[in-house]
Design a protein around this ligand. Structure first.
Ligand code: C5P
Length: 222
């Protein structure tokens, strides 16, 4: 069967990574979580005390370190150089700063280069904010996942609880709304639906239903 590129974009906690991982496994494709890459850079900036507004220092940081993934049976591990940061990049300090780091053009340029190199290997499911619009504009399948902010906050709240991360629901909801605002109003590659993307509103849908809906779109391409 022909190997294609699948781009999945959408706002925070819209279920992108969960369904992208399932699809990649089913299709035996590479899964690329581009949000994890911006998170890893943010984690580094925090560790090295770099100002989130310092575009030059942040893009230098991209050149000095290597962000990589390792797929295990259970999960996808994220590394900065040789250090595993899978859990560390999901902590609230990173989550609340990542949209500031990700707004810079010089940072995005470096990240997009890395993501496109991964995309060129063929057979990829990539999730993020600008995959269909900027990273893989020629992707055969483009999905834009949305869900109500309340449902997205509920999903993230449950996820955090399972991971032992303590959060207040209302605060979480406000943080999600704020991150969406920053991501969709930035100048460089803002979060927006590609003109040729299929929009799926996952409010009230379970993961299986979302996967089935995306598979229906994929079946028209392979
Ligand atoms: O997907 P996730 O919520 O982990 O992404 C974290 C942040 O990384 C987003 O809120 C956004 O600021 C940034 N991001 C981005 N472009 C992408 C993926 C993520 O700007 N392709």
């Amino acid at each position: 069967m022909k190997k294609i590129s699948i781009a999945i974009d959408g706002p925070a906690s819209s279920g992108k990574s969960t369904v992208a991982k399932i699809l990649a496994k089913k299709l035996n494709y590479i899964y690329c979580d581009t949000g994890a890459m911006y998170r890893a850079l943010t984690y580094l900036a925090i560790k090295k005390n770099i100002d989130f507004e310092d575009e030059k220092a942040l893009s230098k940081l991209c050149l000095e370190h290597t962000i990589s993934f390792k797929q295990t049976e259970k999960e996808q591990l994220v590394f900065i150089d040789q250090i595993e940061v899978t859990e560390a990049i999901r902590q609230p300090d990173v989550t609340n700063a990542v949209s500031i780091v990700a707004k810079h053009g010089a940072v995005r340029e470096k990240m997009v280069e890395l993501q496109q190199a991964i995309g060129r290997t063929g057979g990829v499911v990539m999730d993020g904010r600008d995959i269909g619009t900027a990273v893989l504009p020629d992707a055969e399948v483009k999905i834009f996942l949305v869900a109500s902010v309340t449902e997205r906050a509920e999903r993230r709240f449950k996820e955090n609880q399972e991971k032992g991360i303590k959060t207040d629901f209302e605060t979480l909801k406000k943080e999600i709304e704020h991150r969406d605002f920053l991501d969709s109003t930035r100048e460089v590659s803002p979060l927006k639906q590609a003109v040729d993307a299929v929009k799926i509103d996952t409010t009230g849908m379970n993961i299986e239903e979302v996967v089935t809906a995306i598979e229906a779109v994929i079946s028209t391409e392979v």
